[in-house]
Design a protein around this ligand. Sequence first.
Ligand SMILES: C[S@@+](CC[C@H](N)C(=O)[O-])C[C@H]1O[C@@H](n2cnc3c(N)ncnc32)[C@H](O)[C@@H]1O
Length: 255
Amino acid sequence: MSIHQGDFIQLAPTLPQGQASLAYIDPPFFSGRRRRNRAPGPSYDDRWPGGLAEYLAFLRALLSAVQPLLTPHGVLALHLDWRAAHHGRLELERLFGADAFVNEIIWSYRTGGGSKRSLGRKHDSIHVFAAGPEYTFHQLREKSYLAHRYGFKNIEIHEDEQGLYTWAAMRDVWEIPALRGNQKEYAGYPTQKPLALLSRLIECFSNPGELVLDPCCGSGSALVAAKRLGRRVLGVDSSSDAVALAIRRLSECDA
Ligand SMILES: C[S@@+](CC[C@H](N)C(=O)[O-])C[C@H]1O[C@@H](n2cnc3c(N)ncnc32)[C@H](O)[C@@H]1O
């Protein structure tokens, strides 16, 4: 296990270059708030007095610091929401080239709350870009439910409690519940991501034994998911609370 506390942008040159197969980046989202679930408790700052220009300078420096750490077959996955996902994609296009785009994964969830002046904003975007043309990709499968059996020839049809289905190549829209406070994996970290989401991403874009990097690891969700799937892990976070939590969660994987 290798987890470091500090500013990733400063630390990156001291980390092993060209060795990460997958970098999962879940930075502050430009929410304009201090993120804390309850006080006292871990928190991180997502306020940018210099506005969007300051945030984009941070994002650009972060992504530029990750790039040299990737292997030639490596993949970078940038997780943001409606506030900055479009800026993130443009930054990635500048860095890797538009042809390096692999997927925009939509993580769809059904948390409470919403606006009276817009549709519920209930998805995040994970932009996936490849470091080179031979990037790692494993096609995953999902159940595709059918309204009826009629018209399907030479396709194996199965049935479960929800009805008839076939196995189909996985789409880029992932309906996965957001974490709730009463779930066993919930560690109390603000904006903590579910293991189910990260496990799917890691299975899709890396191989067992390879290195998964999380430069803004928070409570270590991606690292825990990666370790459970037999990957090696490298995490960084600027918050000492986050690093302590990530170390604890990872050591519990060994138990
Ligand atoms: C969205 S949270 C990550 C949540 C994490 N994926 C989880 O599931 O717990 C963003 C994290 O980025 C960290 N962070 C912000 N700026 C950073 C920097 N320059 N270097 C490293 N970590 C940073 C924050 O402390 C925070 O933990």
